[in-house]
Design a protein. Sequence first.
Length: 236
Amino acid sequence: MSIVHWLFEAQIDIGGQHILWREVLGNLFGLLSAVGGMRRRVWAWPVGIVGNVLLFTVFFAVAFDTPQGQTLYGQAGRQVFFIATSVYGWWRWQQTRSSGGKGAPAVRPRWATHSERIAYVVVWAALVVVASFVFSALGAGWPAPWWFYVADAWIFVGSIVATYAMARGWVDFWLCWIGVDLVGVPLLLHSHFYPSAVLYGIYGGFVIWGFLVWRRVARIEATATAPAPTPSEALS
């Protein structure tokens, strides 16, 4: 049996539930990417892309056989956007590290400005409405209540916003992920994607840790780059 064939067919049975190994591996790659992101390592992006490819085959069940037999268009679609955004983030972090010289960090965390924050919140809200109607029209592979499509759209759009914010080096991206996880865990449990739900729960604790780390770094960076006071300011 080839590795590719094994990857698509291999399953584990937990409590009578059939779980694909590619779902487990895809989420583990995602967790490793999150660790790299917290540590501001460029390799976080290509590692994340591998996980995105694996998870796309899990959630796009209309084209790939899965035990659940359920297609989550939002979950599958966001993997595609993850890949595109990750290529941008990979390039941006690589450029930042190269321009900073040997030993320079790949990104310098900072909070989004007031206008940037308003922009991504408005975009998030608007696209959730649009995506909800699109996913409802597609049917997501089986009949589902209205809240299911809204939740799927929330995760889909929020994940894109969070990944873009990470590429830009905004501390806000950790808060975006918290918002995604709060909706993602219940939705994935409802849809029987248990490994993904468990990893989302683990992400929740990890994201809080990552947020505290980046917030501290952003504060240090802001202090280090703040202009020195003029003589008149120092005397006032």
